[in-house]
Design a protein around this ligand. Structure first.
Ligand code: ADP
Length: 367
């Protein structure tokens, strides 16, 4: 018999994707790579996710449909390839065109000091003379208003080129927005993923961030849809993962890093920050007590081949600074302030290195 693609596609219209009421042709699941050689037919089927639960049953149903509606003599078994849709990376120029580098700050679990590191890194970068923005995307526990002493702030709206935009609060040289400025904690807690994601998109796209050298995103702890939405809608330069040296925190940090570097998300990890690396009493500044174990972050960084960007000790002033709305990074003269200054310098160096490498690989492609 004379086989041609339309015959096969017509047969495939009898295969519905479960739960949608639509057939696989309508859904655009059939790739444009169909090959027909005598009675042998092969092509690919695209699924949204690599772990789609219906891959096997849909492929089987497609084979049966072809054998039933076209001919039982067609060689089709084993010739259908299941593929996962690649998430398209947006062009960096699309959103936030005046922002040079977007850095997401993540942690595997809560309470490891991710927000403390974000606030102090933002302040330290501003102290170095960079233009810095900070978005508190920790929608379930926004802590930036408190850490910046701006709990009573109510950001205003401003007309920019005919659009009404939210004006970030400016403090310590950092432009700051947090969901905490707009809703109280209890309301944010019950938000579903999509609502939270949309609110954050608004704080990114409908705010007057202007020109920035570094735009920091303090992500919620763990890994969720919000992480995926954010890193996929924004062209994130890289992610910084914060951990403590405790085994449980390290295990979760490892999971987080693997998610970011995995095929589906695929954003570079700039490095790891080991927070609460040791305890130093104010009266004995030379002494170090390793309460949560020694070098846990360093070993994890070596294992996963990511840079260790900083080791921040447990110091009372770091905690007090957070509570009082005055991040310690404002004060370079003490050891903890200095630790954040050093972290900021390492982050700058790491970002520069990444950008240079990207430029170099672009030039190679152009040749
Ligand atoms: P996360 O954002 O990971 O949930 P936070 O930044 O809110 O964690 O920190 C949790 C608590 O630990 C806060 O009270 C904070 O002040 C304190 N903290 C964080 N890092 C340090 C540190 N290096 N030294 C002392 N206290 C710290």
């Amino acid at each position: 018999m004379n086989l041609y693609p339309k015959l096969i596609l017509d047969a495939l219209q009898n295969v519905r994707y479960p739960g949608t009421g639509k057939n696989m042709v309508e859904m655009g699941m059939i790739e444009d790579d169909m090959r027909i050689e005598r009675n042998k037919v092969s092509f690919s089927v695209v699924f949204e996710k690599p772990n789609d639960p219906f891959i096997k049953s849909v492929v089987k149903a497609a084979e049966t449909a072809i054998l039933t509606y076209v001919s039982p003599d067609i060689e089709i078994k084993g010739n259908i390839t299941a593929k996962a849709k690649q998430a398209p990376r947006p062009e960096p120029e699309k959103l936030l065109p005046q922002v040079k580098n977007i850095i997401a700050i993540a942690s595997g679990k809560g309470g490891v000091g991710k927000s403390t590191v974000s606030a102090n890194l933002a302040v330290a970068l501003a102290q170095l003379g960079y233009k810095v923005g900070l978005l508190d995307a920790d929608i379930y526990g926004p802590s930036m208003p408190k850490m910046f002493g701006e709990e009573e702030a109510h950001p205003q709206m401003e007309a920019v080129n005919g659009r009404e935009l939210i004006v970030p609060v400016e403090k310590y040289g950092v432009k700051l927005l947090s969901i905490g400025f707009f809703v109280n904690k209890e309301d944010a807690l019950v938000w579903r993923g999509t609502m939270a994601g949309n609110a954050l998109k608004q704080l990114i796209a409908d705010a007057h961030w202007g020109e920035l050298d570094y735009f920091l995103l303090d992500l919620p702890p763990g890994t969720s849809d919000i992480h995926l939405t954010l890193v996929q809608t924004l062209a994130v330069t890289g992610v910084i993962v914060v951990t403590t040296p405790q085994e449980v925190a390290l295990a979760d940090a490892r999971k987080g890093i693997n998610m970011f570097t995995g095929e589906k998300v695929n954003v570079p990890v700039l490095g790891l920050v080991e927070n609460m690396a040791w305890f130093t009493p104010a009266e004995l500044p030379e002494n170090k007590y390793y309460l949560f174990g020694k070098d846990g972050g360093k070993k994890l960084a070596e294992e996963l081949k990511v840079p260790l960007l900083g080791e921040i000790p447990i110091v009372q002033s770091i905690c007090e600074g957070g509570d009082a709305g005055k991040p310690v990074a404002l004060n370079e003269s003490n050891a903890s302030g200095l630790a954040f200054q050093q972290l900021a310098r390492k982050v700058v160096a790491q970002v520069d290195y990444r950008n240079k490498n990207r430029e170099a690989s672009r030039r190679v492609v152009v040749k």
